[in-house]
Design a protein around this ligand. Structure first.
Ligand SMILES: NC(=O)c1ccc[n+]([C@@H]2O[C@H](COP(=O)([O-])OP(=O)(O)OC[C@H]3O[C@@H](n4cnc5c(N)ncnc54)[C@H](O)[C@@H]3O)[C@@H](O)[C@H]2O)c1
Length: 320
């Protein structure tokens, strides 16, 4: 989902910062959709965790690598081998093929999609970037391991890495993936499209959100940012909005009315509730905001982005 949006943004801009894009290679285990662009696009279907395939990726010596491929949280918890293979082995292979292209001068920027799932309960009320990483899912553990690899490969000068701890991206368009957090988007997206949504946790659950539009802004900013000020601390918690499920539902009501809210069906799910209970609720993302990363200010802003970007702005203004 984010990869496709990022590629669309790159195609629209035709440049990263002030440098025109000459070539884009897209890689996914499913056939990547190819955008119309002013630069050449080479779409390849393959498994990043397959050494033969991974070794073909660095041949074009990309200046910038956006590493978003992942087996997401629900699936990484259900299938431990698949999660470690894609999220850890795939990341290490990618970094190693980039390292193999080194000649003393070639140091590609690697922007890695990490997650706030690297943090684990018990949490302080507001979590800073220097909070200890004690992930409580296999997915969060794999992201934390990838962050460490990226930091070490950056310290060694193999790559110039930056890991973005993305908030839960909301409202996720289209069909849900197997992220345990999927309902946070479902309870907004489905009712605004006239469909029923299942809510598996209580209204008091609080979490950290940003829109897909903000996430793409984070990736683009990270691609051209001066990484000098990061020092050896290459992972940054991205800014976002802290909101409870109740606050999400209030925003849904403001945009979609009581009819939309009635489409949310409460159906407690202990597995999801247990995973989400180990997730953080609010962050101090000052380190990232000081470096120019920007997200929405309220959950209403996040719903508005969904309506504008995915529904052609067709749901009415909030009633206040
Ligand atoms: N969406 C969110 O809320 C969120 C939050 C935090 C972090 N992230 C991270 O951002 C990235 C993008 O998230 P998304 O929501 O677009 O997820 P997504 O599931 O839509 O995209 C992940 C892509 O990775 C591909 N992939 C999986 N294994 C692969 C492999 N072995 N080789 C090549 N491709 C492989 C999948 O086919 C899929 O297209 C992921 O790394 C995810 O962990 C997302």
């Amino acid at each position: 989902m984010l990869g496709q949006k990022l590629v669309a943004a790159l195609a629209r801009a035709g440049a990263l910062g002030d440098r025109p894009i000459s070539h884009l290679a897209l890689v996914d285990v499913v056939d990547p959709a190819v955008p119309a662009a002013a630069f050449t696009v080479d779409a390849r279907r393959g498994d990043l965790a397959d050494p033969a395939f991974a070794s073909s990726l660095a041949a074009s010596r990309p200046d910038v690598v956006f590493h978003l491929a992942a087996v997401v949280s629900g699936e990484a918890e259900a299938d431990v081998d698949k999660g470690y293979r894609a999220n850890l082995d795939g990341t290490r292979l990618l970094l190693d093929v980039l390292r193999a292209g080194q000649d003393g001068e070639y140091v590609p920027r690697v922007v890695f999609a990490s997650s706030i799932a690297v943090f684990g309960a018990p949490f302080p009320d507001v979590i800073g970037d220097d909070e200890q990483l004690t992930p409580l899912t296999s997915y969060g553990t794999q992201k934390a391991m990838a962050e460490l690899l990226l930091a070490d490969y950056s310290r060694r000068g193999f790559v110039d890495g930056i890991a973005l701890r993305l908030p839960t991206i909301c409202v996720r368009p289209g069909t849900p993936n197997r992220a345990a957090s999927g309902f946070f988007s479902g309870i907004i997206r489905e009712p605004l499209n006239g469909c029923e949504a299942v809510l598996p946790v209580s209204d008091e659950v609080r979490h950290w959100f940003a829109s897909p539009r903000s996430a793409i802004g984070f990736f683009l900013h990270a691609a051209t940012l001066d990484t000098g000020p990061l020092g050896h601390r290459r992972a940054l918690t991205m800014p976002g909005v802290s909101a409870t499920v109740a606050e999400q539902l209030a925003a849904l009501r403001r945009f979609g009315g009581a009819d939309a809210e009635r489409l949310v069906r409460r159906q407690p799910d202990e597995t999801i509730a247990r995973i989400v209970a180990g997730w953080p609720a609010a962050f101090d993302s000052r380190r990232a905001t000081d470096l120019g990363f920007v997200a929405e200010g309220t959950f209403d802003d996040i719903v508005r982005v969904y309506i504008d970007d995915e529904l052609g702005g067709r749901v009415g203004e909030p009633a206040g």
